[in-house]
Ligand binder design. Structure first.
Ligand SMILES: [Zn+2]
Length: 292
């Protein structure tokens, strides 16, 4: 039986430490079905999706959180985003194209030198972006590095994926309120030691409640109602039209002259968008002020 695609938040009573656990199956498989990824790349994509799901739950407003790793290795781009409404999508790009089955190796071997960007696009207000170099041997390590640099909240992530199922666990120490700094530190180390015992097999096959019970059965853990996660793409005809406007009339009309129309496939969901000459002309005739 498939596990539900869900995210649970939880807190440890009388402490300043919180957590989240996510399990992804149907949404992860949908993302994988949109590309033909070599297994190690598909697994990293599952970790990235899990991380995007976990981190999106920390947003306090409507918007989208995007994780993007870019490198100089055979894996050029690894990306996932998740909205406040729990819609996930993701993509990976390899230097040799998506169809190759030969890429092997660990995260640093595949992606090489590069950086990880965390972007938050609020529905209203200014975009925020934090960037860290890819220096840790795992994706979770790179994200932990980001948190220690920019948020200064001790944060640990455990991420797993096997090409069918993906999942992740996050623990985060909050500013001290209920505990002294020393108490929080001791309890933090204790919880991380417990969480370190999780295995990929447990994370990818068990229900989240069962995993939490196994890891933290002696702790006072309060679990909140789960949120359903699913695959959804934010592309649309109007967003595609906006993209054409940013390319400029000359370039877009050049494509129309050559091809008869402009055709665009969304790289996340393969939705096909086609704009014929008349549509392109009316698009640009409505926007004279934006272009100049
Ligand atoms: Zn799309």
């Amino acid at each position: 039986m498939n596990r539900p695609d869900q995210l649970h938040r939880f807190i440890f009573d009388h402490s300043d430490i919180r957590g989240e656990i996510v399990s992804l199956s149907a949404s992860y498989r949908k993302v994988l079905s949109n590309g033909r990824y070599p297994p190690p790349v598909g697994e990293l994509l599952g970790e990235m999706l899990s991380a995007a799901g976990l981190l999106s739950a920390t947003m306090k407003f409507d918007g989208t959180l995007t994780l993007q790793a870019r490198g100089e290795g055979s894996l050029k781009l690894l990306m996932a985003d998740c909205t406040r409404h729990h819609s996930l999508r993701g993509i990976a790009k390899t230097a040799s194209g998506e169809t190759t089955q030969t890429e092997q190796g660990t995260f640093p071997e595949l992606i090489g030198r590069g950086h990880l960007a965390i972007t938050i696009d609020p529905a209203q207000g200014e975009r925020y972006q934090g960037i860290v170099p890819l220096e840790a041997p795992t994706l979770s390590g790179c994200l932990e590095h980001y948190f220690s640099q920019s948020e200064q909240l001790p944060t640990r992530l455990w991420l797993f994926a096997d090409g069918r199922d993906a999942g992740g666990l996050l623990l985060q120490a909050l500013p001290t309120k209920l505990q002294s700094g020393e108490e929080r530190e001791v309890y933090w180390q204790h919880l991380c030691t417990l969480a370190d015992t999780i295995t990929a097999e447990e994370m990818l096959s068990l229900e989240s409640e069962t995993i939490l019970t196994r890891l933290f059965h002696q702790e006072k853990l309060r679990l909140f109602e789960p949120r359903d996660m699913d695959f959804a793409c934010s592309c649309s005809e109007s967003r595609t039209a906006e993209m054409l406007l940013t390319l400029g009339e000359e370039e877009v009309m050049g494509i129309v002259e050559e091809m008869g129309s402009v055709e665009i496939d969304c790289q996340f969901c393969h939705q096909h968008y086609r704009f014929d000459r008349q549509q392109v002309e009316s698009l640009f005739s409505q926007q004279p002020d934006i272009l100049h």
